[in-house]
Design a protein around this ligand. Structure first.
Ligand SMILES: NC(=O)c1ccc[n+]([C@@H]2O[C@H](COP(=O)([O-])OP(=O)(O)OC[C@H]3O[C@@H](n4cnc5c(N)ncnc54)[C@H](OP(=O)(O)O)[C@@H]3O)[C@@H](O)[C@H]2O)c1
Length: 280
């Protein structure tokens, strides 16, 4: 079977690619901006011709969720004879199932899930919560100002290591369609609930790099974050979500261990795995 990986520049896509290559699988990587990445093809997910080219001869797909182009994808995938789609969605899509574990109704992942899961192939939905790799964005602030400035420092999250998301995707792709993963929805978190304040403390504890932590008021956060997050509605949802998590430990999901057989990695492990993010 030939496997297409979309979102080729993304952290999860790169980890899935490396894992499939290590298993000797036939893989095609697609990106909206492949640049000079060896072997990656250009894919404009809004263009049916580009989609048809990327999907030619493909039987399995690792897909980044995009509601705007989901219908075009389904059409192209059905025409190409795709048998399995592993969709990178979000725990926020759980709001659609009434679970309410992340109350972000209106989240774009919900729309993408509904359309993609309707295709004539086996679908597995991966629903990770907050990525540990968001700490990379904090490091940019730290390098620029010596500070990390965030609202709701006492909000609890259970961040997940990107390699754990990739490991679940790999297991599903390597097992292939026709088994227990067909139609499965896999909510995923890291192994522990922790406040953002604790997460920031671990950065100094593990790397030795001093961090001046500044807690922003919601108004300050709106002002500072709207330059990087341009959709005000999405930012408002995120702020409301963080507010709701203050003093509320995040429910933990066992998916990583159940699917891969290994425990989910800790944030301390993530800091060791990414030594150049905070230290030069
Ligand atoms: N960060 C979090 O805490 C978090 C939590 C839960 C879910 N998610 C979801 O996971 C996905 C990736 O998150 P990330 O950016 O933090 O990690 P990432 O793995 O680094 O992903 C970035 C990549 O996403 C791909 N992408 C973005 N929009 C796309 C689109 N409309 N169609 C196709 N590919 C698209 C791009 O690939 P190319 O440009 O190479 O095509 C980009 O390089 C997003 O859907 C995000 O909403 C993130």
């Amino acid at each position: 079977m030939s496997i297409l990986i979309t979102g080729g520049r993304g952290k999860i896509a790169r980890a899935v690619h490396a894992g499939l290559v290590a298993q000797g699988r036939d893989v095609r990587v697609a990106s909206r901006e492949p640049g000079d990445r060896l072997g990656a093809i250009a894919l404009n997910p809004a263009d049916p011709v580009s989609l048809a080219t990327a999907l030619d001869g493909i039987t399995q797909v690792f897909l980044y969720a995009d509601p705007a182009t989901a219908e075009l994808f389904v059409e192209a995938a059905e025409t190409a004879g795709v048998k399995q789609v592993v969709l990178l969605s979000s725990l926020s899509a759980q709001a659609d199932s009434g679970n309410g574990s992340e109350d972000l109704a209106g989240d774009p992942h919900i729309g993408a899930e509904r359309v993609i899961a309707g295709g004539a192939y086996a679908t597995t939905r991966l629903q990770p919560g907050t990525f540990m790799s968001n700490a990379i964005f904090w490091s940019y602030q730290l390098r620029a100002s010596g500070q990390i400035r965030l609202p709701y420092l006492d909000a609890e999250e259970a961040p997940i290591h990107e390699q754990d998301i990739a490991d679940v995707a790999l297991k599903v792709l390597l097992d292939g369609p026709g088994g227990a993963h067909d139609g499965a929805v896999y909510p995923m978190t890291g192994p522990e609930s922790m406040t953002r304040r604790h997460q920031l403390g671990l950065i100094t504890e593990v790397t030795g790099v001093p961090v001046e932590v500044v807690e922003l008021t919601p108004d300050q956060a709106f002002e500072e974050m709207s330059s990087t997050m341009r959709d005000p509605a999405r930012l408002a949802l995120l702020m409301a979500y963080w507010a709701s998590r203050v003093g509320s430990p995040h429910p933990l999901e066992q998916t990583v261990e159940l699917v891969t057989g290994h425990p989910a990695r800790t944030f301390t492990q993530w800091l060791h795995d990414n030594p150049t993010v905070y230290s030069n």
